[in-house]
Write a protein that binds this ligand. Sequence first.
Ligand code: PGA
Length: 224
Amino acid sequence: MLFIANFKANKNSKETLAWLSEFHKIQQSLSISKPTVIIAPSFTALEPSAIFVKKNTWMFPLYLSAQDISEYPVGSYTGEVTAYELKEIVTYAIIGHSERRKLFAETEEVVNKKILAAKSQSIIPIVCISSINEYSKIKDVSIIAYEPKEAIGTGKAQNPNTAFKILKTIKKNNILQKVLYGGSVGKENVSGYIQDGGFDGVLVGSGSNDPSNFLKIIQYAGKK
Ligand code: PGA
């Protein structure tokens, strides 16, 4: 079961380290069977986070993810952060988040280039889609995050029955693909997607701002 914390552009390095330190302290209280936890801090906080993660002992596998990745290879691309630069620090990269598609005009072509760029350096893409139409344009990835646009950051999570229809369509196409749900996930609704619905995990934005709340989401995922 995958649990992803997406900090978006909310935390600087110091705040990210404080989050990790608190999360480390409270992780022992987790009683569900081994989750896999992925933290996605800002680029500026990735390296200190990697050092912190490495030097501490964790009760479950914990990995770092970038929130985005350049579509370009290493070279003269001022301001870009490439897969080559990220590969020492992260295991995963979130690609095609709806905020990037909407606010930064990221097209399917760009998303697919980013997927290839990540894979070229053995970074695992976590590709966000908000519809089956977007899904149909994405090839050959092992993790999909289904995030309906109207559910992101609104407090209005999609009805699990609607989300399951998308999940079923994706699984019918590729049974091996891991499919996560994202969009206003909280401790009160997480088990509906995981226990009842068969999603392979959740991508959490605002619910991950506070480490103890994020830990509760992981905990409640295992409860009916
Ligand atoms: P949210 O964000 O949990 O705040 O809705 C989810 C996301 O944007 O990945």
